[in-house]
Design a protein around this ligand. Structure first.
Ligand code: CA
Length: 366
């Protein structure tokens, strides 16, 4: 059974519209299902319809209740799949938070006292979220007192993003439409200088890349696993009451075509239903198109971290590539591709696609 991820595509001379991926083809849903909700240049109108419409559309696709010729992927341009409303980035990997704490604050306990009590997060910049394939200019910024210029410690963060369809609070699967892959590009030198005391800002906001395909939650039913044990026991509003939402996804990070890490999503400490509960507990409203990301996915094992700062231990142990190159942080011209797979309902693994980007030199500041 195909897992039927959704995206937005265009062909020569035609406006972007919603499609579903079937193998190496895209099905034009407005044409195939005769429904104008798919003629929009984003998934937002369809996502806003809610789970009954999501299920019915999926059933019609699976039962082949459509009549159109799928278009080869090679003939289409893929666009940002949804209009991003608000963007929140969490920090849900115990190993990532511990590793970064050790590097940024070597004289303190690596985890801050709040970390095991709530999913720590911050509001990111939705306007600079770009679709996979968009080149990323190396950011300029302050790297310390009186020091300005291009970041020399440009990094990646391999993450999973959750896309909100229906506003309001309630059961996770009644609000979240699906998942996307996220590369939260991070300038570590800008970040280290600016982040105290209000958190990440310009070291993150220059660009965040997402995959062109949004995999519906329904396609991930075989990937659902119990979340990791939590100590102390979370407050009531953070209890995992709606069934397990740990996800057995395997990410892969490729640098210039070579896999340098395989982050395991199932090792994440906070689960996405907990992130959503936390995001809304103060009365903050959601909007269709909100994106909340997991934070860097880093496993306990060496070589399974989702950022170069961890893989190279803050530059002390460069990552060795098969062609003899080494990397601590990204160089101009480097290409990073993050992909992921999950167990499918028929026993075969499904692909969640990929998010890729190539680093361009910094823009000159005159
Ligand atoms: Ca991040």
């Amino acid at each position: 059974m195909n897992h039927l991820p959704y995206g937005v595509f265009s062909t020569t001379g035609q406006a972007p519209r919603v499609g579903v991926r079937i193998g190496n083809h895209v099905l034009d849903l407005a044409a195939a299902l005769g429904d104008e909700v798919f003629a929009a240049p984003s998934l937002n109108p369809f996502m806003a319809l809610g789970p009954v419409a999501w299920r019915e559309t999926r059933r019609r696709l699976q039962d082949h209740e459509w009549d159109a010729d799928p278009i080869p992927l090679g003939q289409v341009t893929l666009h940002l799949p949804f209009e991003v409303a608000d963007y929140v980035d969490f920090y849900c990997s115990l190993e990532h938070a511990t590793n970064l704490g050790r590097m940024f604050r070597p004289d303190e306990e690596p985890l801050k006292p709040n970390w095991r009590h709530l999913p720590v997060g911050y509001h990111g910049r939705s306007g600079t979220i770009v679709v996979s394939g968009t080149p990323i200019s190396r950011p300029n910024g302050q790297r310390g007192a009186g020091v300005f210029g291009p970041s020399v410690r440009l990094d990646i963060e391999a993450e999973l993003g959750f896309v909100v369809g229906v506003p309001g609070s309630g059961a996770f699967e009644d609000h979240v439409f699906g998942v996307t892959l996220v590369n939260d590009w991070s300038a570590r030198d800008i970040q280290a200088w600016e982040y105290v005391p209000l958190g990440p800002f310009l070291g993150k906001s220059f660009a965040t890349s997402i995959s062109p395909w949004v995999t519906p939650l329904a396609a991930l039913s075989a990937a659902r696993v119990d979340g990791r044990a939590q100590d102390p026991r979370p407050l009531d509003y953070l209890r995992r009451s709606g069934g397990p939402w740990g996800l057995d996804l395997e990410l892969a990070v490729e640098l210039n075509g070579e896999i340098v890490s395989r982050p395991p999503y199932r090792e994440m400490y906070w689960t996405p239903d907990q992130m959503l509960a936390h995001l809304t507990v103060n009365g903050a409203s959601l909007r269709t198109g909100d994106l909340f990301a997991s934070g860097t996915v880093s496993g306990a094992e060496n070589g399974r971290q989702g950022s170069l700062i961890e893989l190279s231990w803050n530059g002390a142990e460069p990552v060795k590539l098969a062609n003899g190159d080494t990397r601590t942080f990204l160089e101009d011209g480097d290409t990073v591709t993050i992909s992921a797979s999950a167990p499918g309902t028929d026993g075969n693994r499904i692909s969640l696609g990929e998010v890729t980007g190539t680093i361009l030199p910094a823009r000159s500041i005159t």
